[in-house]
Design a protein around this ligand. Structure first.
Ligand SMILES: Nc1ncnc2c1ncn2[C@@H]1O[C@H](COP(=O)(O)OP(=O)(O)O)[C@@H](O)[C@H]1O
Ligand SMILES: [Mg+2]
Length: 243
């Protein structure tokens, strides 16, 4: 059997809080294969962000292991973790996190500056990424000149420009209206299908959940359910009404 892309075993994260502590993750064991379109769901505070941050090497566990593309995240030095992120992991956040003084083009180019590519190769990749999100004509704009939906599409372009194996998207639709949410979900699903990029979401947005092919429910830092999901890929409301 092929090595899993991501594997956690008994992953536990405890935050000290004065005399008490918070168990954000409690012995979470999960495996993700290449090409998944999977989401963590569950109430606020259930541990979704903590789990994504550990998989994304932005945080480390208190105990247990997380193996990401063959590397044990606990044993990576800061620069090794940065190297893994730089090459293989893209992030999309709820608040877009674009650099306001940079143009759209410069924001998308940024992750490539550390990869030692020629200027012409960078340009080719940036324009290709902007075409994926249908914003090639806005390359010279600044983030303040974009709508929220456009800003999130730039963030997607920035996340995919290096062709990462994994994209981590933490509540990516939380600041978007329904139309823009469906737009970015369609884009991400196409990227998953056509470029085989693995997507891991954290969300409590029903619109996102409808697109997922696998739904993992967290509750109090534990896995409450891990199930196949329709991956309905539809904008029309799910209706049980047969009229
Ligand atoms: N840096 C931190 N320090 C202390 N507690 C934290 C920290 N980050 C998260 N927590 C706590 O860990 C639990 C899980 O948080 P989080 O992973 O952000 O959940 P979710 O993303 O599902 O809302 C919550 O109780 C939260 O308050
Ligand atoms: Mg969260």
């Amino acid at each position: 059997m092929a090595e899993p892309l991501i594997q956690t075993v008994d992953l536990t994260k405890i935050y000290p809080m004065g005399e008490h502590h918070i168990t954000a993750l409690n012995q979470v064991s999960l495996t993700f294969s290449r090409g998944e379109f999977a989401g963590l769901v569950g109430p606020s505070g259930s541990g979704k962000t903590t789990l994504l941050n550990i998989i994304g090497t932005l945080d480390t566990p208190t105990s247990g292991t997380a193996i990401v593309m063959g590397a044990d995240v606990s044993s990576l030095s800061a620069s090794q973790a940065a190297q893994l992120r730089r090459q293989h992991i893209g992030f999309i956040f709820q608040t877009f996190n674009l650099f306001p003084v940079y143009t759209v083009y410069e924001n998308v180019e940024f992750p490539l500056l550390l990869l030692g590519l020629s200027p012409s190769e960078r340009r080719r990749r940036v324009m290709e990424a902007l075409e994926w999100v249908r914003l090639a004509d806005r390359a010279r704009s600044r983030p303040s000149q974009l709508s929220g939906g456009q800003a999130q599409r730039v963030a997607i372009a920035r996340a995919i420009v290096k062709k990462p194996a994994i994209i981590i998207a933490d509540e990516p639709t939380a600041n978007l209206d329904a139309e823009n949410s469906f737009n970015i979900l369609d884009i991400m699903l196409n990227l998953n299908r056509q470029l085989s990029i693995t997507f891991l979401f954290a969300t409590h947005d029903e619109k996102v959940i409808r697109y997922l092919r696998r739904k993992i429910t967290l509750f109090d830092g534990r896995i409450a359910a891990d199930e196949e999901n329709g991956g309905h890929n539809t904008r029309s409301p799910i209706s049980s009404n047969s009229s």
